[in-house]
Design a binder for this molecule. Structure first.
Ligand code: 23J
Ligand code: MN
Length: 259
C-alpha cells in the first residue's frame, strides 16, 4: 500500500481532479500599469525562430520575453523591499517542498461584484474561520473575486485616479501572516488592491507577506472550481537565478464532488 499509488488511482478514476488555475500567456493579456514615474512591466512577447521552413526545416520554435510578473505568476520574497534580506527569498532558492501545499479559498465574489474596491478584512477572514475552521499553518490562501472572468479594459479597471480592483487590508494581511500561511493569491493583477498604494504601508500585501517570507500568486483563474478547504496546490515558479517571480502553470488537485 502506497499513498502515491492510491493517488495515481484516484487521478485515473476521477476521484481526484486536476484544475488549471492559469491564464494563457498571450501578448494581449493585461499587465500591471504603475504611475508613469516608475519602470513598467513588459507584456509577453513571442517571436518565431523557424516553422518547418528554411530557418529550420524539421522544427518550429519561438523566442519569448516578458517581465517576471506577467500573466499568472508567482511573487518571491525578494520582490519587495521588506523581503530583500529574506534567506532563500529568490525563486531559484525556494525549496521544492515549499511549492506544493494545501490551499483554502475565501469567496469574496459577491462583495467584489457589488464593490470594485471590495476589501478583504479581518472580519471576513474570521467569519470564514467560524464556518470552515482556523486557516491551517502552511496553507495557501486564495481570494476568490471572479475577477478572472473580466476581459479587456475591465480587468485593470483603470480610471483617472488609477486602477480599481479588490484586495486585502493591511490588518487582513497581518492576520493571515499570523496564521502561518504559505502565501496569498488573487485573481487580480496584484496581491494588492488596485488602490493599494493608498494604504499605510503602501501595497500592504506585498509589504507584509514578503517581509515574513511568504509568497504571492496573481492573475489566477478558475477559483470558482475550488472547494473552500481540502484542495492541494502545485505552484512551482521557473528557477530563475536571483528571480523575483515568474509566470507559471498553477494546478489544483481537488476531490471530486460526491453528492
Ligand atoms: C511592482 C510594483 C507594484 C506592484 C507590483 C509590482 C505587483 O503587483 C506584482 O506583480 O508583483 S503592486
Ligand atoms: Mn507580481
Amino acid at each position: 500500500m502506497s499513498i502515491l499509488n492510491d493517488m495515481a488511482a484516484a487521478l485515473a478514476n476521477g476521484a481526484v481532479e486536476v484544475v488549471d488555475l492559469t491564464h494563457t500567456l498571450d501578448p494581449d493579456f493585461p499587465v500591471i500599469v504603475l504611475p508613469p514615474e516608475f519602470g513598467q512591466c513588459a507584456r509577453f512577447r513571442m517571436e518565431e525562430v523557424s516553422a518547418y521552413d528554411h530557418r529550420g526545416p524539421a522544427w518550429k520554435w519561438h523566442n519569448i520575453s516578458m517581465n517576471e510578473h506577467t500573466g499568472t505568476h508567482f511573487d518571491a520574497p525578494i520582490h519587495w523591499v521588506s523581503g530583500r534580506d529574506v534567506p532563500g527569498g529568490a525563486v531559484d532558492e525556494i525549496p521544492a517542498g515549499a511549492l506544493v501545499g494545501p490551499v483554502v479559498v475565501i469567496d469574496c465574489s459577491h462583495g467584489a461584484a457589488r464593490d470594485e474596491d471590495y476589501e478583504l478584512t479581518p472580519e471576513v477572514i474570521e467569519a470564514w474561520e467560524a464556518e470552515h475552521g482556523r486557516i491551517p499553518a502552511g496553507s495557501w490562501v486564495l481570494m476568490r473575486t471572479d475577477w478572472s472572468k473580466r476581459r479587456g479594459a475591465e480587468y485593470l479597471n483603470m480610471r483617472e485616479d488609477g486602477p480599481h480592483s479588490p484586495g486585502p487590508t493591511p490588518e487582513a494581511v497581518k492576520l493571515l501572516v499570523s496564521r502561518g500561511i504559505r502565501g496569498f493569491g488573487t485573481e487580480t493583477v496584484g496581491t494588492d488592491a488596485g488602490q493599494g498604494a493608498h494604504y499605510d504601508p503602501p501595497f500592504p500585501a506585498h509589504f507584509f507577506l514578503h517581509d515574513a517570507g511568504k509568497y504571492g500568486l496573481q492573475c489566477l483563474a478558475n477559483l470558482d472550481r475550488l472547494p473552500p478547504t481540502g484542495a492541494l496546490l502545485i505552484a512551482p515558479p521557473l528557477k530563475i537565478k536571483g528571480g523575483t517571480g515568474s509566470p507559471l502553470r498553477v494546478l489544483a488537485l481537488i476531490p471530486k464532488e460526491t453528492t
